[in-house]
Ligand binder design. Structure first.
Ligand SMILES: Nc1ncnc2c1ncn2[C@@H]1O[C@H](COP(=O)(O)OP(=O)(O)OP(=O)(O)O)[C@@H](O)[C@H]1O
Length: 465
């Protein structure tokens, strides 16, 4: 393939650098417009990164501060370039304009790299879905070009408010129903901009909650992704069929049902076939980049309205150089998920495993501090819900004493963070053997008959019953 020289403008790069090296107080004018990738010439790129490091540390970008960074970095070879840039006179008048030109060149170079990748994929005859994903990423690069300079006008913001205000409500909520009205009352259902973190110790019911809520949302017609990185789809649906049939999920998966019971399961499975619930094959990859790409494809193909991920701590990220740095991996995973949720405009319901910090306390109910070791989870979440079942501890204690144990089926959904909503515990019921959640006043949640769609997010109504 013919070598293509990436578009760049070295003279403008030099001009911009000379202004900010001679008049460092002007750096603020371009700090949101430029990053080091906006510089093509390697020495200029390095010098810019040095200037920005000093600037973001809060220090004055003086000649001595610059030299103090260059000399220990072993890049004395760059001193000549720096002196030359200092001697160059450029007018500050064009600083912002020139910075915009560099940002544009940088976008064009990124697009060129992406376009060459796409070309190679086409030549290799790669899968069309993979190619489409790269094309989507290319348009994201192009769209993000003016993200720092374009304003949303008052008029546009008001239009957005009207869209929210006029959304159709179903059973008093605008978001995706959870299957539990008490929960919907507090949350308004999962909203398009939600990043919900469910956090709990192992065995507290994360997978029960993920399967129950995702099944319910899909059942009432919202195309939903259920990504479990530890339980295979066959076992996840066994839990769902356990809920609808009333047979213990392990009896289903271990082949312990009688013939007539199996017939009931076959009937329930027949009803469930059309439900728009999509499972992820976790044997293929646990890498967040593959998960994000998959969700983008499903959003396009199936019109996804919600995605569940059980659990984020199992995600890997091949882009993080030091894979053993769990905090760096988690932060990168959350950044990618948050960006995806914002771009697709769908709620993400993410599950997280807590470490043992709570176990040493008298009251073992988790608190926000327990999430701290999981990086930016709390920061990025719109809601944080801890799951807590006293039964779990009481069962273990009864067993160690050789006593009988009668479960209360109590489960607490503890809202530790809830944007636009109340905080504190909500007492619900959870029959773990049947994968069934319900409210204390009732025995079970009425699962909708057949599959119907009442799409409260966009007001569209269709029926598939
Ligand atoms: N078929 C069943 N019969 C009885 N108990 C069950 C059954 N299936 C699951 N459980 C119990 O239900 C509890 C919740 O299970 P769940 O898989 O939701 O936990 P989790 O929070 O996802 O934990 P982990 O991360 O360890 O999988 C566990 O204590 C588990 O032992």
């Amino acid at each position: 393939m013919e070598q293509i020289i990436p578009p760049h403008a070295t003279e403008i790069e030099k001009d911009v650098l000379s202004v900010i090296c001679n008049r460092p107080e002007l750096v603020y004018q371009v700090e949101d417009l430029l990053d080091e990738n906006c510089f093509y010439q390697p020495d200029y790129k390095f010098l810019f990164s040095v200037v920005m490091e000093i600037h973001t540390s809060g220090a004055v970008v003086s000649q001595s501060a610059i030299l103090h960074r260059i000399i220990p970095s072993g890049r004395q070879d760059i001193l000549g370039t720096y002196q030359e840039i200092k001697r160059t006179f450029s007018s500050e008048k064009f600083l912002v304009k020139n910075a915009e030109i560099l940002a544009e060149y940088s976008t064009k170079r990124a697009l060129l790299t992406k376009a060459l990748e796409i070309l190679q994929m086409i030549q290799r005859n790669d899968d069309i879905d993979e190619i489409e994903n790269e094309v989507t990423e290319a348009s994201t690069i192009a769209l993000s070009r003016n993200k720092n300079t374009e304003a949303i006008s008052m008029d546009e913001a008001l239009e957005g408010m009207f869209d929210l205000m006029n959304r159709e409500q179903t059973n008093g909520i605008t978001g995706i129903p959870t299957g539990l009205p008490m929960l919907d009352k507090i949350t308004g259902g999962w909203e398009f901009d939600d990043k919900v973190i469910f956090a709990a110790r192992p065995g507290m019911g994360k997978t029960v909650a993920a399967t129950f809520h995702s099944f319910y949302g899909a059942m009432v017609g919202y195309p939903t992704a259920l990504i479990s990185l530890e339980v295979r789809p066959a076992k996840l649906v066994a839990r769902m069929m356990s809920n609808t049939s009333g047979f213990n999920s392990s009896d289903i998966t271990k082949g312990r049902l009688a013939k007539n019971q199996k017939e009931i399961i076959i009937e329930k499975a027949g009803e469930a076939k059309k439900i728009p619930l999509y499972f992820y094959d976790n044997t293929r990859s646990c890498d967040i980049n593959d998960i994000v790409r998959t969700l983008r494809t499903w959003h396009r193909k199936y019109g996804l309205k919600a995605a569940y991920l059980d659990y984020v701590g199992l995600c890997e990220d091949r882009m993080v150089k030091n894979a053993s740095d769990a905090t760096a991996v988690m932060n990168s995973v959350m950044k990618k998920l948050t960006r995806l949720g914002n771009q697709l405009g769908i709620p993400l319901i993410l599950f997280s495993q807590l470490n043992r910090d709570n176990e040493g306390r008298g009251d073992k109910r988790p608190i926000l501090k327990d999430l701290k070791s999981s990086g930016k989870l709390e920061e990025d979440a719109t809601r944080v819900i801890f799951l807590y079942r006293q039964d779990y501890y009481d069962y273990n204690e009864a067993e160690s004493r050789g006593e009988n144990f009668v479960p209360t089926h109590d489960i607490e959904y503890i809202f530790a963070k809830n944007r636009e909503g109340q905080l504190g515990p909500v007492l619900l019921k959870c029959n773990v053997a049947l994968n069934r959640m319900y409210e204390p006043a009732s025995m079970s949640v009425e699962m909708p008959k057949g599959y119907h769609r009442n799409d409260a997010l966009n007001g569209a109504k269709t029926s598939f019953s």
